[in-house]
Design a protein around this ligand. Sequence first.
Ligand SMILES: [Zn+2]
Length: 325
Amino acid sequence: MPKKRVKIPSNIETELLYQSARTCCVCRAPKLPVQVHHIDQNPSNNDIENLIVLCTNCHDEAHTKHDLSQNLNATRLKAFRAIWHNEVLEKSSQAMLPSGNLSQAMWTFVNHQRVPHVMRSADIEFDPYLKELLTKENIIDQLGIPLFPKKEIDKIHKTIYDYFSWDNSQRLHFLYTHAVDDIILNLNPIEIGAIWSKKEILDLVSPGNLIFCMKGMYFKSADIVDGEEDRYVYSSSKGVEIRFYANTRHMYGNSALYNSFSGHKFVATLLLVKNLGSENDKLVIDCTPLALGYGFVSSEYKTPHPLKYGWYTFQMRTRLKKNEF
Ligand SMILES: [Zn+2]
């Protein structure tokens, strides 16, 4: 008796397509239409571990019997799937680092309140040498949160770095920019540009998730209160809007304060999702920023995901031979 086909739930399909970067796990050929194949050939078993993304050619192969060594059997499909999913996850996170493939890029806003909490909840450690040094100098507490000395600062904008000597503020910035990189490598943020549609975002993103995107954003200035300003930041397209406040105290240097994060700028953002809601038919993602980066270049952004913004469709592929497993 033929097995009954059960429609794959939308959230499972979205997750699978994201995990495989919408690319055939076997041949990894870019830009080919893909299909979802049931590894155990049972079309009612929609457990995500039983599903694999294949192009039409490899899908036909998976349903064809050759002599044994050539078969795309379940064992080999699972191996292709595991290796490709792992590669997508790693390369996607690597691509988000300023130090990796992106020249001139740097985190010039780091949320000194939230980053230590995210690190603690994920068991990620600050650089031990720098942390010890800065703790001894009373720059940070045991959690890594900066301790402000009482100090008169004669500036329109006061940033965290203004409170310390030049070399200690450099060390503090170094400690935090590396912490952001470690968060990315350990927690693998969701590349929101790969799922930029209401349906897919609702399928895949929940409050508490870390998301990443590189995009043109609007920065709206607000009143300066006691040297600090909560800049309202948003970016909207295709019925989806991301928004958050970026407090100027976390900004590093005058170019960040007055240039990189003002007006309309192309920035890299690492955000913690607070809430998903709808407003006038628009999906609104309210976030807390963990880090904002400037100097990121879209043409050097080597994510394996095809992005839906329309500005970039870079795809990094290494073709594997089918008989590699
Ligand atoms: Zn294929």
